[in-house]
Design a protein around this ligand. Structure first.
Ligand code: SF4
Ligand code: SF4
Length: 459
């Protein structure tokens, strides 16, 4: 198996002796974008002194800025079914939790989608528990079809990323044909003994089957896969190295590693207490982990959900996070429920309860460009092709203008006066920074077209 536990533990142990000089040497290498070895990453993970951490944050911030500019991709999760046959120790949907389970009918899916569209969303993450009987692959395919076909006024969902349980190559082929964006699956923990403890007596309990899910997905033709761990289950340093090994395995075998890495932290959920978990990650450690992952895999998007507080998300945007969810509900039928009653039954507790408009305003106030761009996937820039463009820096020529175009589209269709003003201000500032005249011209044309009523414009 490609997650070599002994090796990870040994290099973490050895890195405990790293000096300040060793840390700075690694950072020097990272600056040159020469790629870091596992030993290098282990050294950074052991950094504790404030001055070392400051250096790590500084470099992570520089890398973030140089690759992602001011863009922040915005998305929302859509929970369609809370049926689950598994019993994951950390999850509110586990089968031992007794509550009336439900899955959305296709009419209800459409209703949720229309609400999300009215919030301005263009990119969703489809979420559901594992239950081959109540929510088989056919149900997922039906949901996808419904989501893509549900369009109202200017609202349309242009990319659906899918987070379903590890499955067979055959079912991944079906997802590919249904035009999913990224296939997302969290390993939860790379530490096998912890994995087995957290997933007792369940389908999900098979560590190797879960770990090799992306191999099957990629063999089935899915180009973009998104990994992640649930920080808090096992030693976070071990988890970061696990993520890196998994990424390397995919790069070696398929020519491209993770498209994104998600960084959820364990949160209180129904039927568990946080005291059960000895590896909870505090804020300082969490910031360090995000920054190190940004340095180690500069071209992989980092996703942060509304599990984190507004302050934490704001801070982490500086060090590495490139995608955030906004206005999320983590309950089945939760968007409608919230519109009508203001509450929902959730998979876990949220910390950032702001509406998408509030999130967008604060992101704009910090000088970022909230982006609803989904261009690459629709232009066939996925997998290895995407990574080549990203690594050569060429993707920037598309991302920045597309971010501005989709921001203006959002502001016109779903924003208020304040958002429109803030958006135009950020767009005017950022447009001036575009060096290539042809790109600037194309952007200006797209902005004009938007104002005269055209939609869905991208490079
Ligand atoms: Fe089910 Fe997923 Fe929750 Fe585990 S984490 S109990 S598989 S919904
Ligand atoms: Fe993402 Fe591609 Fe759009 Fe850039 S151009 S924001 S990489 S979809």
């Amino acid at each position: 198996m490609f997650i070599d536990h002994e090796y990870i533990e040994r290099i973490l142990e050895e890195a405990k002796n790293a000096s300040r000089k060793d840390i700075l040497n690694v950072l020097e290498r990272a600056k040159k974008r020469e790629g870091l070895s596992y030993e290098d990453i282990a050294i950074l993970l052991q950094a504790e002194e404030k001055e070392d951490l400051d250096e790590i944050f500084k470099l992570a911030g520089e890398i973030k800025e140089s690759i992602y500019g001011k863009r922040i991709v915005i998305f929302a999760p859509l929970y369609v079914s809370d049926y689950c046959v598994n019993n994951c120790a950390y999850c509110g949907y586990k089968r031992n939790n007794k509550f009336p389970r439900r899955k959305l009918t296709m009419e209800e899916v459409a209703e949720e989608v229309r609400i999300l569209e009215r919030m301005g969303h263009k990119r969703l993450a489809l979420e559901l528990g594992e239950d081959p009987e109540n929510a088989p692959i056919e149900y997922v395919l039906e949901c996808l079809d419904k989501i893509y076909k549900t369009q109202s006024d200017n609202g349309e969902i242009r990319r659906v990323n899918v987070n379903i349980a590890a499955t067979t190559e055959e079912e991944y082929k079906m997802l590919k044909e249904a035009k999913i964006g990224t296939y997302i699956l969290f390993q939860e923990t790379y530490h096998k003994p912890t994995y087995e403890k957290m997933h007792p007596h369940s389908i999900k309990g098979d560590y190797n089957y879960h770990l090799t899910a992306f191999d099957r997905a990629m063999k089935a033709g899915i180009d973009d896969v998104g990994g992640g761990v649930l920080f808090g289950l096992a030693d976070p340093k071990f988890e970061v190295l696990g993520l890196m090994m998994h990424n390397k395995h995919l790069e070696d075998r398929f020519g491209v590693g993770f498209h994104t890495i998600s960084m959820p932290r364990l949160k209180k959920a129904e039927g568990m207490t946080l005291k059960q978990f000895p590896y909870l990650v505090d804020d300082e450690m969490f910031k360090k982990l995000v920054a190190i992952i940004r340095i180690a895999v500069p071209f992989t998007g980092i996703i942060m959900s509304t599990r984190e507080t507004a302050e934490m998300r704001r801070e982490l945007l500086k060090y590495g996070v490139s995608q955030i969810s906004a206005g999320s509900s983590t309950g089945v039928g939760g968007y409608k429920e919230r519109e009508e009653h203001g509450a929902d039954i959730a998979q876990f507790e949220l910390s950032d309860e702001r509406t998408p408009k509030e999130v967008i305003k604060s992101v704009l106030d910090d000088g970022y460009i909230p982006s609803y761009c989904t261009a690459c996937y629709r232009r066939g820039r996925t997998g290895e092709k995407f990574m080549k463009l990203a690594k050569s820096g060429e993707i920037q020529n598309m991302c920045e203008p597309n971010a501005m175009t989709t921001l203006l589209e959002f502001a016109i269709d779903y924003g208020d006066k304040e958002i429109l003003e803030k958006a135009e201000k950020v767009i005017n500032t950022e447009m001036e920074k575009i060096k290539r005249e042809d790109i600037k011209k194309a952007l200006k044309q797209n902005l004009e077209k938007l104002k005269s009523g055209e939609r869905d414009l991208y490079l």
